[in-house]
Design a binder for this molecule. Sequence first.
Ligand code: F6R
Length: 564
Amino acid sequence: MQTIKSVGKVGNLKVKVDSIETASYHAGIGHTRWATHGSVNETNCHPHISESGRFVVIHNGIIENFAEIKKSLIEKGKTFQSETDTEVTVQLFEDIFDGDHISTLKKITKKMHGAYGLVFIDKEHPDRLFGTKKGSPMVIGFGKDEKYISSDYRALIGLIDDYIILEDGDIFMMTPEEYTILSEDKEVQRDHHGIDEDELPVELGDFPHFMLKEIYEQKDVIREMFRGRIDFEKNTLHSDTLEALVQENIEKITIVASGTSYHSGLVGKYYLEEFADIPTDVIVSAEFKYKKKFIDSKTLFIFVSQSGETADVLDSLKIVKEQGGKVFGIVNVPGSAIARTTGRGLYTRAGIEIGVASTKAFTTQVATFLFMALYLGKHRNLDYRKYREILENFRKIPEVLEKVCEQKDTIQGIAKKYSHFEDIFYLGRGLELPIALEGSLKLKEISYIHSEAYASGELKHGPIALIDEKFPTILINGDTSLYEKNISTAEEIKARKGTVLGIVSENDTKKSSYDDVLTYPSVHSDLDVFTQTVILQLFSYFVALELDRDIDKPRNLAKSVTVE
Ligand code: F6R
């Protein structure tokens, strides 16, 4: 058995792996660690090895009671190499190993609390992988002459023909020839899922980064979101799922999500209240999970997630389901845990998103919320003229997004100018506040510039103290009823020597109120969030490019947050 570890980019590991002879090996395990316990160094990297050197493990998740397990093993005389929670799993495994891998796995899972996807190798049986999962995703993929296990089937595209999804509590054992899955002591079969043709490995093509490629793809994926759902010629909407929902007479909605998906939920709230006339709350999943819940037959809980695997969202969903609440998913990845657990919902159809900073997932979530709000609204009080007006303009979104992308050189020029600041403010009101929040998140994620987003009206209540010539503001000010109020905000900032970059419509008549402007072709004040978002995505992208950041894989971030 050989163990190879490396810190930093996976490319560093590849160099080490390429330098060794692997032809005689039959099985291997590997893990990119996202540090939860212990600093980023080689000792803390997976795999971890039992004291005797016989067992090795990789682990995705967190063992919450690792400290007490570690203490009891140390009392028994075991010595630990790393600071990680993961190492206790393999030390514990060795400590209670009874000669049978499966029965030992059952015993260790009884002692561990938390989330885990665990894969072990026993040096005495080097052709065999075995493990178990709870809370963390795991799939087994089937290639021509080999099998794979992974936390995400998309990591295996190009290597496998189909895959199965393991359920919580499943224990698996596999060799190149065969595999077994046990659930509650019984052997079970899990359904096989094929790989769609459009899921072939995603290539960068002529783009320098996946993020830029995915920003450009937004026009296409929004069209994809429309497909079969909206007939623009006849002004009709189609969805069996929403038709069934209409019959349930929902009176209140609570949206639960994290990060960028939470921001799309805030736009969703606006649409659901405005067009469907349904009072809607939005809450960050990590907060929702631990707060008092109000569940009744008239409240719908919508769980929004690109990956469909975010632990906080999934845990919140399970709690609502257990308590008998009505659940619904707005998810990008088909067959993901949140999609499976909600059992009903709408797929956003953004396709595979590779850039860690979410872009096309956001705009397709917003489009899905708009579709849903119009559908529900049509069966409630939404005025038909208003319905048609929104629908006619919804149709134009893909083409205006294309126009915004054509302005990339102008956006890059402005981004260059703002890339020298250390702090940037984002302000917006009403529907544009979530766009300010999302713009700010995108900037901090990929450029590491400190930024804050506030409701413009809150500026006077404290944050204005920060404004000076070193702290510029990006003010989103579309053609809404709050336009003049934002102009006053711009004046207040300039009076304190702050620089203001306005994100405004091409037809804006007060462009001189700002130091700089980036403009978009306005289609409708309720729908300009799409173009405003794309301008801010491109702005963040070019700031990060100017600063030579690792745009597709920003430091400290993981694409899918499967631990709490
Ligand atoms: C930001 C970003 C994250 C995710 C968040 C939720 O660019 O990607 O904030 O939006 O971790 O992830 P999903 O949508 O997969 O549940």
